[in-house]
Design a binder for this molecule. Structure first.
Ligand SMILES: Cc1cc2nc3c(=O)[nH]c(=O)nc-3n(C[C@H](O)[C@H](O)[C@H](O)COP(=O)(O)OP(=O)(O)OC[C@H]3O[C@@H](n4cnc5c(N)ncnc54)[C@H](O)[C@@H]3O)c2cc1C
Length: 354
């Protein structure tokens, strides 16, 4: 049994804490704010590898279709994916309850300060750093710039209005000149998260672009009840273990290079970090890479095609993908060898973009 400190009460930290407690470790979790508050998320729970089941709480609806608008609008049946719209506050509060039941000592409004980290490293056998991007560990070990250099940037409004036209679906849209997308993720008929993100290196005026999105989607008269923004670290950090610290979730650079979602990888990395404690954390990086590398490789390939093609060619590509249903493998990237994916790109005539 090890003494484990988890930093951060997001999906990564809570899942790591639950898993570590289930394995018999003594776990303390420190969260700088209140669990479930100040969440920056469109709140789509997309378990790409289908390993996590239905979210334990906070479910709003199972997503049936992805509506994609470029020039034309396409509808993609995603009912066979493990994709849910959730309320993260409710869900994370439920995870915190589960963690407490399993014996995790949870301390809210308890930020871990950079100057305390070295002391805590001596007090605990292991620290699981799930404090988001950039994590507290990066400040001490000097790799904070990595996250800014390898991230998507986003802004989002929480809006009130009539979203019944979207139904139990999620809508995303592409815009000319933007390597990224906007989203309208309804939580119910009257509330939705509406945001835009850019994966490109060039600076983009995202708030201005979001204003344009509202006009394009006929949402200009709707009421904004919250504004938020944040980064999605889309590249796994080269090193996941620093002495007795393991990085998990956004702290490990684990959001999708294709769409920026990171809840599922935060949870999976939390589970793997906890499992690795019995081996001194040595197997963590190897096992996590085994679990995620293929998926990340396929998503990176698809993202590269998207970046190189630009808006007009992407419009054509999406049309073809929807007609031929060749989009399916990209939404569920399992396998060992990227050859079939490269073949799909060849059939679509975009292999040079990979
Ligand atoms: C606008 C936006 C929309 C997004 N939409 C989606 C989506 O729809 N679906 C999806 O899957 N992903 C989405 N993401 C990504 C997703 O939110 C993250 O990948 C996910 O939250 C990562 O979980 P985490 O536990 O690693 O980190 P976080 O959720 O960031 O949790 C980190 C926690 O650590 C705490 N903390 C920070 N510093 C300290 C400290 N020093 N001491 C103690 N505690 C600390 C924070 O308060 C926070 O609670 C979105 C991201 C953004 C920015």
């Amino acid at each position: 049994m090890a003494r484990v400190l988890v930093i951060g009460g997001g999906p990564g930290g809570l899942t790591a804490a639950i898993s570590a407690a289930e394995l018999g470790h003594e776990v303390r979790l420190m969260e700088k704010g209140r669990i479930g508050e100040n969440i920056r998320c469109a709140e789509g729970f997309f378990d790409v590898l289908k390993k996590l089941g239905k979210p334990s709480a906070g479910v709003r609806f199972k997503v049936e279709k992805l509506i994609v608008r470029a020039v034309n609008t396409y509808e993609i049946d995603v009912s066979d994916l493990n994709l849910w719209m959730i309320d993260r506050r409710e869900w994370q509060r439920d995870l915190a309850r589960t963690a407490a039941e399993k014996g995790v000592a949870i301390e809210e409004e308890s930020p871990v300060l950079p100057e305390d980290l070295k002391i805590l490293q001596r007090e605990y056998d292991y620290i699981i750093d799930a404090s988001g991007a950039p994590p507290i560990t990066s400040r001490i070990y000097g790799f904070s710039p990595f996250y800014k250099q390898n991230c998507g940037k986003t802004v989002q409004y929480v809006m009130e209005g009539n979203f019944s036209h979207i139904g139990n679906n999620l809508k995303v849209g592409l815009l000319p000149g933007l390597y990224g997308y906007y989203w309208i993720f309804p939580k119910d008929n009257k509330t939705a998260n509406v945001g835009v993100g850019s994966f490109g290196k060039e600076p983009v005026m995202l708030w201005k672009l979001l204003g344009h999105v509202l006009e394009r989607e006929g949402l200009s008269g709707y009421r904004v009840i919250k504004e938020l923004g944040g980064i999605c670290p889309v590249r796994m950090v080269p090193q996941l273990k620093y002495d007795n610290i393991l990085l998990v979730g956004d702290a490990a650079g684990l959001t999708s290079p294709l769409h920026g979602g990171g809840i599922d990888m935060a949870m999976l990395s939390g589970i793997e970090a906890a499992k690795s404690l019995s081996s001194g954390g040595k197997d963590y990086e190897k096992n996590l890479r085994e679990l995620l590398s293929f998926r990340l490789e396929v998503e990176t390939m698809a993202a590269r095609v998207w970046e190189k093609l630009g808006f007009d060619k992407m419009e054509k590509l999406i049309g073809t993908l929807v007609k031929t249903r060749l989009y399916k493998p990209f939404l569920n990237p399992t396998g060992f060898n990227t050859l079939p994916f490269r073949l799909v790109f060849k059939i679509l005539g975009v292999e040079n973009a990979v």
